[in-house]
Ligand binder design. Structure first.
Ligand code: NAD
Length: 512
């Protein structure tokens, strides 16, 4: 097992927060300024040390209400701007993100525990998201429909108004940019509640958007807990649509809350994705792909390739390569650029992963690599776990059915193509999947037959803001990214104009 560095690097939380918050008390970003929370206090914990570094206060219903009123006003100002001007402001938000790339990456790394090599890439992607949707802003227009009457009928794509967005802790700023940029592009105001465990970079994005010239109220960031602030936001009568990224259990609750409020939802939920390796694949590339699929981000990724399906004829050889690779991945301080796997984000998740590994072993799975905390002082206190490979797994075992959301891969053998597809599809989820093969016919057959919203051929985990993303089955509904993601934030209005000089009266009585 490789430890990236001997000791934890200096963690100066104050210096990491200073560029974005100065000495101000951190609350929620409401109407272009910080607003103090009114609810209970809670701590932010550094996952690498397990120690609290900041106390925050839950926003609560009163702050949510103030935020919604400001968002409603801000949206009217925003929608009244020329579309090209909205695009220019979005572009400038992207520029602000680029200008603060390193500072945002460090803030994300110390507060969310993600390795700095990952957060640098994720922050850059946030800039790209604003730039991509900046280009769309003045290209959104409707159709003229050749209706059979004498009317001119056309459509106008219009914003919903105020969108409530709820996000998880695994990729905080990435997920915030992913949903804020298209919501604003379509002319909405967005009220985003990040996970209570990782709100800082989303709050920083709020401040940067003001510097870019975004009118007050168009972006709100609520700092607070799900059951208080999250519920208040999703059920508020100003909310016109809810976009949720998180676990299936919370997604079901939020969909019910939204339904009671008669607003639509987009749900981006979890997965149990199948990564399928055929005997004819380039096994060296496939083993690297399998590691990236499950171990990057310490497996805290919705698209993680947590079920590794390997053709029986190459099973032993492939598993040996995988175990060897897993044992050499540098685990350690997320601030160290050499680290590839940092800590699990929080203690509850750490314990969930440990519990799932234990339950898997009780069902007959065998730990072939990892399965425990790395040795060495550096990883003694934080929520570190070695990359874990489980053998002897059958697809009907709990470990193959439940999302683990950690660096744990279950290796499941298969015999032939039909068998691989059947195992891949034997899951309530349908978020992603991949196939490794050198046969072009097989690659496309498998891609067509596996039920998943995203599928890779001889690759894994590449996503881009230009391409739609979303789930089948219990992985959710609706789409994010690309044109499809933008359409989720707009609704068409149909406008009818009579063009006949003397239209025939179809109904009623017109006095002379
Ligand atoms: P979670 O469902 O526990 O929490 C997500 C958010 O919901 C948090 O901000 C939380 O405060 C809030 N929340 C909780 N209850 C609420 C309620 N009743 N009303 C309003 N808000 C409420 O998820 P998590 O543990 O933070 O994240 C991990 C999950 O997210 C995994 O299942 C993962 O697969 C999923 N995820 C999915 C995607 C995707 O795009 N499909 C991306 C990232 C993460």
């Amino acid at each position: 097992m490789t430890v990236a560095n001997e000791t934890l690097m200096d963690r100066d939380y104050k210096a990491a927060m200073q560029p974005f918050f100065g000495d101000a008390e951190i609350g929620s970003w409401v109407n272009g300024a910080m607003m103090a929370g009114r609810g209970e206090a809670f701590d932010l914990i550094d996952p690498a040390t397990g120690k609290a570094f900041l106390e925050l206060k839950d926003a609560g219903a009163e702050v949510v209400d103030a935020a919604m009123q400001a968002a409603e006003k801000g949206q009217r100002v925003w929608w009244a701007l020329p579309a090209a001007e909205r695009g220019r402001i979005l572009w400038r938000i992207g520029q602000q993100v680029r200008d603060h790339l390193e500072q945002l990456a460090v803030l994300e790394t110390v507060s969310a525990g993600k390795p700095i090599r990952d957060t640098r890439v994720e922050v850059l992607k946030v800039a790209e998201m604003f730039e991509y949707y900046a280009g769309w802003a003045d290209k959104l227009h409707g159709d003229v429909i050749p209706v059979p009457t004498s009317h001119l009928n056309y459509t106008r794509p219009e914003p919903y108004g105020v969108i409530t967005q709820i996000t998880p802790w695994n990729a905080p700023i990435f997920t915030a940019g992913w949903q804020l940029a298209p919501a604003l592009c379509a002319g909405n105001a967005a009220v985003l509640k990040p996970s209570e465990m990782t709100p800082l970079t989303s709050l920083a994005l709020g401040g940067l958007s003001k510097k870019a010239g975004l009118p007050d109220g168009v972006i709100t960031i609520l700092t607070g807990l799900g059951m208080t602030t999250g519920v208040a936001a999703t059920t508020h009568d100003v909310t016109r649509k809810v976009v949720f990224v998180g676990s299936p259990k919370t997604g079901a609750a939020i969909a019910a809350q939204a339904a009671a409020n008669i607003v639509p939802c987009v749900l981006e939920l979890g997965g149990k994705s199948a990564n399928i390796v055929f005997e004819d694949a380039d096994l060296r590339r496939a083993v690297l792909g399998a590691q990236a699929a499950i171990f990057s981000g310490a497996g805290q990724s919705c698209v993680a390739g947590s079920r590794l399906l390997v053709q029986r004829s190459v099973l032993d050889r492939f598993v040996d390569m995988l175990v060897d690779g897993a044992n050499q991945i540098p685990v350690g301080d997320p601030l160290d650029p050499a680290t590839q796997i940092g800590p699990i984000n929080n203690l509850a998740q750490y314990q969930t992963i440990e519990g799932l590994i234990k339950a898997g072993c009780q069902e007959g799975a065998e730990v072939l690599a990892g399965g425990a905390r790395p040795e060495g002082g550096i990883c003694a206190d934080g929520y570190f776990l070695r990359p874990t490979v489980l053998g002897n797994v059958r697809n009907d075992m709990g470990i193959a059915r439940e999302e683990i959301f950690g660096p744990v891969v279950s290796v499941i053998p298969f015999d032939d193509e039909a068998d691989a597809i059947a195992i891949a599809n034997d899951s309530k989820f349908g978020l992603a999947g991949a196939v490794w093969t050198n046969r072009v016919d097989r690659a496309h057959r498998v891609a067509a037959n596996v039920r998943a919203g995203t599928f890779w051929i001889n690759s894994y985990k590449t996503i881009n803001v230009m391409s739609p993303f979303g789930g089948f089955g219990h992985s959710g509904y609706g789409r994010s990214s690309g044109k499809e993601g933008l359409m989720e934030y707009m609704q068409p209005k149909s406008v009818w104009t009579e063009t006949a000089e003397n239209p025939p009266a179809a109904f009623g009585y017109a006095p002379e």
